[in-house]
Design a protein around this ligand. Sequence first.
Ligand code: DC
Length: 230
Amino acid sequence: MLPSIIALDGPASAGKSTIGMLLAGYLNYLFFDTGNMYRAVTLAVLQRQAKVTNELIVNQIADVVKIDVMPISFNDGRQSTIMLDGNDVTWDIRSSEVDANVSQVSAYSHVRQVLTAQMREIGKRGRVIMAGRDIGTVVLPDADLKLYLIASPEERARRRHAELEARGVKRSFEDILSSIRERDHFDSHREHAPLKPADDALIVDTTGLNIEQSATKLLSVVKSFKPVSV
Ligand code: DC
């Protein structure tokens, strides 16, 4: 029997989305990358030229924006199409400006509440792999299977560097590595839903493995899943 709801957590650039997408393809499950929702709210804040440090304004923006996650309609390397108030923002939410501000936005408890409720609705559908930071601990604590993906900061920076280069974006390896370290620190030290594995999560290290090898490793974990009897 396969787990119907799979939580896939872990630090920035651990490969949750690339590896999770492949895994979802093998299983014919929906892949839902929840970081995109925090990114979309961050973009909305930046577009309004509001300050991400102004919690009240950020909360208000989170309340009014409409975020949609849709299957891809054309192939330009995207994993899904992210809509913000009716506009396609799939690539805009991956800018370095959003990268630099999203941790701050995602630290606000009201923003987390609003987005967590939307995530739970999607989780209810089942046959889903939901990727994020707090899926196994907060969003779906009853998920059938909880995976926590890790890789060394250097390995993650290498992957991110290659990904950006493939899209023609120039950014130095050192710059990427230091922003990954910064985000790790911020995400794991924040007050609300800090980044950490759930007690019952299986920790999978993908350092030294490529995407296919990592996905195959996760697939074998999923296939050996045994439901806990109550
Ligand atoms: O996975 P990502 O880099 O796209 O995530 C962007 C930010 O969103 C990250 O800094 C932490 C936050 N995040 C979160 O707090 N909880 C989630 N479930 C997903 C992402």
